[in-house]
Every structure is written in C-alpha cells, then in structure tokens.
Design a protein around this ligand. Structure first.
Ligand code: BGC
Length: 721
C-alpha cells in the first residue's frame, strides 16, 4: 500500500459532496474542491477563498467562492463526455498527499480523460491542470475551457457585475456585494497539437471552445493555468492575475510543478510523522497532515484557519477555538511561523474582541465564537434550524461560550513556553492575554455572602448543555488565563518600556489585586468519587445511556442541544469537556483522576463533534487504555479518508474537511503515543505506544532547535538535528 495515495474507483453523484472534501487541493490561499473538471453546481465544485467574506441579503455571511478557472467540458459527436451526463466505462480518482496532486482517469469509451492538477504551494494564487484526452473513436470534438461563473454557493450569490476580457489570456472580474471586494480570475492555456479555437462570453462564464475532427489514437494535451487575486491582495487584482498567467505560461507546467513539489518537500521535512506497523493508520496520518498542512496560511503571516478549512463555505468559513486548541499544536511544534500566523490573527482582531465585550457590557476582550475578518462575530443568535418547524432556534453559542478568550490566551502562553520566543507577546500577545483576563474580571459573579466567585450562565465545550454555572473546563481555562496575565510580570521582569506603557494603559494597579482575588476565589472543581462534575447540577440530570437518548430522536437530523434537545436534560454530552480539560492541563491531574473521569464520561459522550475523540485518546494514552486510544486515533485520523463526520446540525449543512481531527491525529501520535511535552524548557517523552505501532518517528522544533523523536515499543529518544 502506498500510504501517500488515496484512490477511489467509480463515480456516484451521491458521493460528490464527500469526495469534493476528500480529494481537496488547497494552499492556504484557496481551496479547490476535489470534483472533476466538467462538474457543474450539482457536484459542488468550488474555489473557496481564505479570508474573503460576504453577506448576501439576510443570509449568513460566508467565504466567497471565486469563478472557477479550471473548468473543462468535453463533447464528442454531440454527446457530453461528462460524469454528470454519461456513465463512464471506468473512472478513478486519486489524491497524492505528498504533493497535493489530484488525478483523474476516466474512460468514456470514445475518449479517455487523464488529468493532474494542483493548487501551487509555491505561488498560492496559481492553479494548474494538465489535461490529456486520448481519443479512441473518430468524431467531431468540442472542448470548452474557461472560467465558469456558474458558482455553487451555500448562502450566495456573492459576486456581481461580471466583466469579461476575451483576449489570449481570459480574464473575468467581479465584485462582492457587501464590501465591494474585487475578485479577478485569469486563465491561460497551451494545447498540443494546435486546434482551432474561438472565444466567447456565455451565460455561465468566459470560454474558449476548441473544435476539431479527431481519429482513434489522436491525443490532445492541455496545460491550463488559472490565477486568482482580489483587491485585498493588491490594488490591481486583474493586472496581477494576468501577469501571473503570463509567467506561468512562460515557465510551463513542469517547472511550476517542481516549485510546488519543492515547497511541499519542505513542509514534510518539518512535519511528517512516520508510523510503522499499520499501513492504513500511516495513510490516515498522511491524510490528516496533508489536510492540515494544505490550509496553513503561509502566504499571510496574520491569518488563521476556518473550522472546515478551505473545503467550502460550511461554518461560515469562520475561525473557532479549533485554531488554538487543535491546529496550533502541530504547527507550533513543526512550523512555528504558521503558529505565529494563527495567533497574529487574534492579536490583530483584538479590536473586534473589545467591541464584542463592550456590546455585552463587559470590559476587556471577548473573542468571537465564529470569528470572521476583523474579529467580527459570524455566529448568529439563531444558529440552528429546527427540523420539525423549520424555524431558527435561539442558540447561545455566541453569547455564552466565553472559554474562547481563555483558549486564545492558552495558545499564546504555550507559544511562549514551547518556543521561548517573547516576540509574539511583545507584538500584542501580552495585551491580548491582559484584555482576556480583564474580560473575565468583569464577567465573574462575586457574591457578598460567600467567598467563592462563579462563572455563571456559560456554555462549555459540551454545547448540548447551555447556560450552566461553573463549567469545569471554562473555569480552568479562565484560571489559566488569569495566571498567565499575572505571569507576564515575570516574563517581562526586565520591564521594557512598551510593557510599562501597557500596564499603565490597562490600569494595572487597579485591576490586579482583583485578579489575584478571583484566582483565589474560583471554586475548586466539584467532585463525586473522584469524578469532576462538568458543571453545577450535572450529576442531578437524568443518567441514561447514549442509546436511550438516541432512541428518543424523531428525526436523525434533529439537534440534540438547546431548549428542546434530547440531550439537555440528561448527562449525555456532545464532546470531551472535563476530559478536554485534563488533556490540556496534564500536570494538574493524577493518573487516577484521569482514569476515573475517562471511565465516567466516555460512555456518556456522543462524540458528536470531530473535536472529541482526540481529547479522549490523549487521556486514554495517559492512563494506559491503549486499545481505546488506538481506536480513537483511527477514528480521528481516518475522518477525511473515509469522508465521515456529521453532515447536519438541525437543518444546517456542516460537511467539509475536519482540520480539528487532522490536528488531533498529530496530537494523539506526538503528544499521546510518544508523550511529548515541554516541561520547564525541556522536551520530554513518555511513550504510550499501542501494540499496533512498531515505530514512530517525527521532527519537532522547540526553543529554536530542531529535534527528531523516535519511539519504539522499547522506548523513545529525542535527538537534536
Ligand atoms: C463544536 C465546536 C467547534 C465547532 C467547529 C461544533 O460542532 O461543538 O466545539 O468549535 O463545531 O468545529
């Protein structure tokens, strides 16, 4: 088995949504869904742009899909040789994870189409497709190669005022409705042998049509290049896109491919985990690392990654806590510059977080639950649609999921602890931590009649229980945020002038005694027989099985949480909550505590989010439940190989790739199986290798040095390289 290749035989329109995700090509700037070149909107083709958002009328804001510059449609003797219209004799799709190359091989009978395409990692605006047609019958052929404006959107349309320029390089420009962002797509093409062509503007885009009589044995080879720029990248996106195609045509497909491959080689050199002992797991790990690496915003330095990556517009293309808790660990240990980018996004969106806090009547920084550009909150008050009434359901994710600010502070602190680099804190990270701490100060409930301070009316990671008090995870992440704010005084003990200024600005003298006071007064997690109560009153809820709760559903798409959800009145939880806390703060809990809580909560967890399994796996490694850890690892790592995961929340489509699971797979292998940890400036290992794994080997970067970690059943080593 080649663990770098994903292959699929056959074609079914019913699989198109999942395949578009599984065979995704992306480069951090854009994502090209893994559907064949001829695909029309019914097969969900899309070129999703990172960080470009738009709202159409009253629908949800979401990222913009650009016109599709690699659309090719073949017709022979009047018959469309398209998977949507003609059943092929044979069809195979492949994705090469090492280089992010999508291959298809389709035999329609009269002609066979073989193509290879990639979204360049060396030039993130560029996509290239080498498309070859082998004719097996004679006939009249017409091939449309162009820029399709027949765009599939979930909540669109987003682009208006299309302008087409039909020159040797095709160019289409359009403008987003809400903010007037200009999007330009240019396309160029080379074909051998030369074929007569005409260019025309058509209702669905700008096309070049190649027409010729062909005979058995004739072969057409096309290299097609498309480039996308927006006015967020450059004041003249059209000129840039055109120039990029001129350059691509000068150097040619092979040279572009080599540059792209060289860029991927570097990524793998920095991050590849090699797993020996189980080939399917090794493949799933490559898949996970590919899917996370291919959406890293390497081009930007100040962008983060949406919860469904660049696989489409699901989840509004928004940035969640997934970034800090699930994507960040792989990047900080392998490509710290990407980790910096994720955190810089938070630093730069601090004004948005301050605005949100002020709107709710708080001080400091309350980060958006679903953050879009500028830190704007994308989460609506009605974030789920009821399957029975088709009415929006009032949800409280945006109002009450206050752990997001602490999650960001946690990642900023980890960045410093792991890299030893203060620069990000200096750039604004310290201010973010202080502002998050100030938010919690103003959010705490202080009681005159008792010593303890509460955090009431919150939602923890388990979103099925809304508006609870003292969610253990939330309280712990808040405490850590407050402690990190206090620790800044030690980190900057040399008192640089900017730090002094910052303390003055936030009126440190006034707030700090309060902050210390709240740290002292936060209640210790409440326990029963060693099990931490997820929130006040959780143990009093109905204690029934997952199957029982599932049997109460009247529609498989029904939302389990909220006012009328089946889980809310029970102890069944959506995802790791207490266990997430234990996985993220391993030093705070004994093995016996982790074991008791794992045994209690795992059977009560639906794993209804792709963020759940990895946290349970990390804790399972710790307490020696290695068979379970292995199964949870497989579930996490295989999610995008199998095209699995939940597709619906109520009536809302939530399909796409699963970057949190992708990051989770790295976390389980490196932090769980190898037991990698940074303690007091030193990397340490505590291997918990399941019997299925013979050897794990991977590179790590910490404190500015590079290491190789090797783990076998006999033990582990860390060697500087
Ligand atoms: C989960 C959240 C997560 C979001 C995006 C939701 O289903 O409950 O924890 O941040 O998906 O992945």
């Amino acid at each position: 088995m080649n663990t770098w290749i994903l292959e699929k035989e056959g074609f079914s329109p019913a699989d198109a949504a999942a395949d578009g995700n599984r065979f995704l090509c992306a480069n951090g700037y854009l994502g090209l869904r893994g559907v064949p070149e001829e695909a029309g909107p019914a097969l969900f083709p899309a070129v999703t742009l990172a960080g470009v958002y738009d709202q159409f009328e009253e629908k949800w804001r979401e990222p913009v899909n650009a016109p599709h510059g690699l659309r090719l449609q073949l017709t022979m003797n009047g018959r469309a040789l398209s998977l949507e219209e003609t059943a092929p004799l044979r069809h195979k799709t492949m994705l090469d994870y090492r280089y992010g190359i999508y291959h298809r091989d389709t035999d329609f009978g009269p002609a066979r189409i073989l193509s290879s395409r990639f979204t360049s990692l060396a030039d993130p605006h560029l996509m290239a497709d080498q498309y070859r047609v082998e004719f097996q019958k004679s006939g009249l052929v017409s091939l449309r190669v162009g820029i399709s404006t027949d765009i599939w959107d979930i909540n669109g349309p987003h682009l208006f005022g299309f302008r087409h320029h039909a020159e040797e390089i095709l160019l289409t420009e359009a403008t987003t409705g809400q903010k007037g962002i200009r999007v330009a797509v240019a396309q160029g093409m080379e074909i051998s042998p030369r074929v007569e062509e005409s260019i025309s503007v058509e209702p669905d885009g700008l096309y070049r049509t190649l027409v010729a009589e062909v005979f058995p044995g004739d072969i057409w080879t096309l290299s097609v290049y498309a480039s996308v720029y927006t006015s967020l990248d450059h004041p003249s996106p059209a000129a840039q896109a055109r120039a990029s195609i001129q350059r691509a045509m000068r150097v040619g497909y092979l040279e572009l491919l080599q540059a792209h491959q060289a860029a991927w080689d570097q990524v793998w050199q920095a991050s590849e985990i090699q797993l020996e002992g189980d080939e399917a797991a090794a493949q799933a790990l490559h898949a996970s690392q590919y899917h996370l690496n291919c959406i890293a915003p390497r081009h930007a330095g100040n962008m983060s990654i949406p919860a469904r990556g660049l696989s489409g517009q699901t989840y509004k293309g928004a940035i969640f806590w997934d970034s800090e808790m699930f994507f960040f660990p792989m990047f900080v240990y392998t490509q710290p510059e990407v980790a910096q980018s994720l955190l810089r996004y938070r630093i730069e969106t601090l004004p948005g977080a301050r605005k949100k806090a002020a709107e709710y009547g708080y001080r400091g920084a309350f980060y958006a639950w679903e953050s879009q550009e500028g830190g704007e909150e994308g989460c609506t008050n009605f974030n789920v649609v009821d399957v029975f009434t088709h009415r929006p359901v009032r949800t409280y994710f945006r109002d009450k999921q206050i752990h997001i600010s602490g999650d960001i502070a946690y990642a900023l602190r980890s960045y410093y602890d792991i890299t030893g680099d203060r620069s990000l804190l200096e750039e604004g990270g310290a201010e973010v931590i202080l502002e998050c701490a100030r938010f919690y100060l103003s959010r705490a409930s202080l009681h005159a009649d008792r010593e303890e301070a509460d955090f009431a009316d919150v939602i923890g990671p388990d979103e099925y229980h809304e508006r609870v008090t003292n969610n253990a995870y939330t309280n712990q992440i808040i405490l850590h945020c407050l402690q990190s704010a206090l620790a800044l005084a030690d980190i900057f003990a040399d008192r640089p002038a900017w730090f002094q200024g910052l303390l003055l600005q936030i009126k440190y003298e006034k707030d700090w005694p309060l902050l210390e006071n709240i740290c002292r007064r936060l209640p210790a997690p409440r326990e029963r027989e060693g099990v931490i109560e997820q929130f006040d009153g959780y143990f009093a809820l109905e204690d029934c099985t997952l199957e029982e709760v599932r049997s109460r559903l009247r529609d498989p798409r029904e939302y389990w949480g909220g006012d009328h959800g089946v889980a809310g009145v029970t102890q069944i939880i959506k995802q790791a909550d207490v266990i997430a806390m234990m996985a993220l703060f391993p030093g705070l809990y004994t093995d016996a505590q982790v074991a008791a809580n794992w045994a209690y909560y795992e059977p009560r967890t639906e794993h209804g989010s792709s963020l759940s399994a990895c946290m349970y796996a990390l804790a399972a490694c710790r307490v020696g439940r290695l068979e379970e850890a292995w199964q949870l690892f497989q579930k996490t790592a295989e999610i995008d190989v199998l095209g699995g995961g939940k597709q619906w929340a109520g009536e809302i489509y939530i399909g796409g790739t699963h970057p949190a699971s992708n990051g989770g797979a790295w976390m389980i292998a490196a932090l769980g199986f190898a037991g990698l940890r940074m303690r007091g400036g030193q990397l340490t290992l505590q291997p918990h290798l399941p019997s299925q794994v013979k050897r794990l080997s991977f590179p790590v970067t910490a404190a500015g040095r590079r290491y190789r970690v090797e783990v076998t059943q006999e033990g582990g080593t860390i060697t500087e390289i």
